[in-house]
Design a protein around this ligand. Structure first.
Ligand SMILES: Nc1nc2c(c(=O)[nH]1)N[C@H]1C(S)=C(S)[C@@H](COP(=O)(O)O)O[C@H]1N2
Ligand SMILES: [Mo]
Length: 387
């Protein structure tokens, strides 16, 4: 598809939404094959505002046109805005229960043996109707284990806490008292997880330095975990023997779920960690007399067994897993399904993914006892209009 045609399609979409061209980013539309056209979702506006604020960005899932999200389109969010970090003065400090505290410059980190990590993640708040808070990148950085081993984690250490340069005043409530304290954004991991092999302190994505949005100059990446775990503007690693109960670890990022155990309802609050098994349909296109359904899978890295698609009240049908994206353990994955014989009118399409352990993506009804909106990995029925 040539650029002129893409722009025409974009204009068409904007005209339908009653918006002008001014002030909107020049996003390219998906690489549609010759003669392939987008089928409108009737439960999503023709265009979505992908830049709701200067430091926030979502993706329009209909526009995904490759395995890796370009750095200027990668979804982005944070709680305290963007801190200013001077890369020359930057130091990563490793403190606490270590035999040798460290203070590492960016150059020192970049001289260490690096590794690449393909990792796609979603914000734990990503959900219908937009599903726009996910992206996929090829990251470069230093294994966290290299730095922790260099510092020497002591035997009495139980947790590793990661701090960003960003901070804000928070109310810490205790029995009717509010204590206002200035806190850095902080997240923690149990010792064994922090010392496992796949975690990376990243300074580049898709072959270029991180942008400010992505946490320049350094961020933590925990493959398979939700977005919140990937601490941006990372400047402190503190090793301790206590549990870390900071706001963004223990209080804000929680899911409340009811679970029946031995006939009795138990209400559990869990901290956000591993991504839950999810698929969603990102776009439907018309190609000749057939329709093509394209979608995305995200999870904790457990191999994927299958994705199925259901049209209206029909049977579940096998979708085709995209071989290239399936190869990357922690990348997002794509699927396609060819929908034959679509009749004019509105139709409901839904996908569900099953992993190698046999776990199946839940329906919204299955999650009826999940009371907070985080970790919504439910099957997402999507409506389209066939002309
Ligand atoms: N230092 C810091 N890191 C942070 C956050 C934050 O507020 N401060 N937000 C987290 C959340 S909630 C998400 S979803 C991801 C988003 O990462 P991205 O902007 O690269 O997409 O960053 C995480 N890392
Ligand atoms: Mo998030």
């Amino acid at each position: 598809m040539n650029p002129t045609t893409r722009r025409d399609v974009l204009k068409g979409g904007l005209a339908m939404a009653g918006l002008g061209m001014l002030g909107l980013p020049d996003f390219v539309l998906p690489a549609l094959a010759q003669g392939e056209t987008l089928v409108p979702f009737t439960d999503l506006p023709a265009t979505v505002n992908t830049v709701p604020a200067a430091d926030r960005r979502i993706i329009d899932i209909r526009n995904i046109d490759g395995a890796f999200t370009p750095r200027d389109q990668f979804f982005t969010t944070q709680h305290y805005g963007h801190p200013d970090v001077d890369p020359a003065a930057f130091r990563l400090k490793v403190t606490g229960l270590v035999s040798k505290p460290l203070s590492l410059s960016l150059d020192e980190l970049k001289k260490m043996r690096s590794r690449e990590l393909v990792f796609g993640f979603e914000c734990s708040g990503n959900r219908r109707p937009l599903q726009g808070l996910s992206s996929n990148g090829r990251w470069t950085g230093v294994p966290l284990k290299t730095v922790l081993d260099m510092a020497g984690v002591r035997d009495d250490a139980r947790e590793v806490v990661f701090f960003g340069a960003d901070h804000g005043e928070e109310d810490v409530e205790f029995r009717g008292q509010n204590y206002k304290v200035d806190q850095q954004f902080g997240r923690s991991l149990p010792r064994d997880k922090a010392l496992s092999n796949e975690l990376v302190l990243a300074y580049a994505m898709n072959g270029e330095p991180l942008t400010k949005h992505q946490g320049f100059p350094l961020r933590l990446l925990i493959p398979g975990y939700y977005g919140v775990s990937n601490v941006k503007w990372l400047n402190g690693i503190h090793v301790q023997d206590e549990q870390f109960l900071g706001k963004w670890q223990a209080r804000w990022y929680r899911t409340l779920r009811g679970e029946t155990i031995d006939g009795q309802m138990h209400w559990k609050e869990n901290a956000i960690a591993e991504m839950r098994l999810k698929s969603f349909i990102a776009r439907v296109t018309k190609a000749g007399s057939d329709h093509r359904v394209f979608g995305v899978v995200l999870n904790d890295g457990t191999p994927i067994r299958s994705v199925e698609v259901k049209v209206d009240e029909g049977p579940w049908q096998a979708a085709t897993l995209d071989a290239a994206t399936m190869k990357e353990k922690y990348g997002w994955k794509f699927f396609t399904y060819t929908w034959r014989g679509a009749t004019p009118g509105e139709h409901t399409l839904v996908s569900r993914v099953t992993d190698a352990t046999g776990a199946v993506q839940p329906t919204a009804e299955d999650l009826a006892n999940k009371k907070t909106f985080l970790e919504d990995n439910s099957q997402h029925p999507r409506k389209v209009m066939i002309a």
